[in-house]
Design a protein around this ligand. Structure first.
Ligand code: ZN
Ligand code: ZN
Ligand code: ZN
Length: 316
């Protein structure tokens, strides 16, 4: 039925599946096909999420009308009432949230393309080290003097982080951003025989409120996930971006070329999430054919045939 509805040919479903994606819907849910990130608006009726109530705070508060963990802490350390805090929140230290995903701060040395190593210095690691080498320590005063030196010049770019999911810049020579460098160090300490290249392919991205990261997945898997979201939306089912990240992480770990190859992972939470999207009957039931499918108390022969019809070409 899905094949008929969208005029898909069984042997070409993989090629044709992208064609069923409703571009208007993709825009509405914040799909960025270039970056492979889904950033649904927090007030989207089906993909929305509980953005912190503090103005201009873009962090997920987990409960609607609530404060995020960071704002709760800031409120606790202030002597303000909740109402006063929300009306006029003190500025955040560290300078915001979104920039860290893509638009990193770069070193304040003129023309230096490397990412900063800390907001305290606004210098890349190499220039912070250079400043320390010349003046013995890195303070606002020594940085100002260091920037005036004729020998303080821009360094060559180090490129992007090697982790497939990651959009951040390489921090040092290892080819990883700061967060992934820390994760790699911890992971390799726990499991010394870890393969670096494989780790880079499967490692999750930097978590960010309101962002589902579908990078590092096969294009066919991305299309299936988007089709799944679209079909769920047609049935008015909510899809949390956090669920998508969990599923995407499992799909990436298993390096599958279709969601139907996914082995249910052992974690109960993930199993429940996989069922939401990857269950064939559910995907099918979410289409127009639900009219007759709903009329059936149990899956009929017709439904089973329809499932097989959809699944076979996708599996091959
Ligand atoms: Zn907040
Ligand atoms: Zn620099
Ligand atoms: Zn990274």
């Amino acid at each position: 039925m899905l094949l008929e509805q969208y005029q898909l040919e069984p042997e070409r479903v993989a090629d044709q599946l992208p064609g069923i994606l409703d571009q208007e819907f993709m825009v509405a849910i914040g799909w960025d096909a270039d970056q492979l990130l889904l950033q649904p608006p927090s007030d989207h009726p089906l993909l929305g999420w509980a953005q912190c109530i503090v103005p201009e705070c873009l962090v997920d508060a987990a409960t609607y009308g609530g404060l995020c963990t960071g704002c709760k802490k800031r409120l606790a350390h202030s002597d303000m009432t909740r109402e006063a805090f929300i009306a006029d929140p003190p500025p955040k230290t560290g300078g915001g949230t979104y920039k860290w995903l893509i638009d990193e701060w770069v070193c304040q040395v003129n023309g230096c393309p490397r990412p900063i190593s800390s907001r305290q210095t606004d210098l890349c690691g190499s220039h912070a080290g250079g400043c320390r080498a010349v003046f013995g320590h890195v303070t606002a005063e020594t940085i100002a003097r260091y920037l005036q030196l004729p020998t303080t010049v821009a360094l060559a770019p180090l490129g992007g982080c090697k982790v497939a999911t990651c959009l951040r810049l390489t921090h040092f020579n290892g080819g990883l951003c700061r967060i992934h460098a820390v994760r790699w160090r911890e992971d390799v300490k726990a499991e010394p025989r870890r393969d670096f290249e494989h780790w880079c392919r499967v490692e999750p991205g930097v978590a960010l409120s309101g962002v589902a990261n579908l990078r590092g997945l096969e294009a066919s898997v991305v299309t299936e996930l988007l089709a799944g979201i679209q079909l769920r939306a047609q049935q008015e089912l909510r899809t949390r971006y956090t669920y998508l990240n969990t599923i995407a992480n499992d799909l990436r770990c298993q390096q599958v070329s279709t969601i139907f190859e996914l082995d249910p992972p052992p974690r109960q939470r993930a199993v429940a999430n996989v069922r939401l999207l990857a269950d064939r009957e559910r995907v099918l039931a979410a289409t127009e054919l639900t009219d007759w499918a709903r009329a059936e108390a149990t899956p009929s022969e017709e439904e089973i045939t329809a499932s097989t019809q959809l699944a076979r070409p996708i599996e091959n």
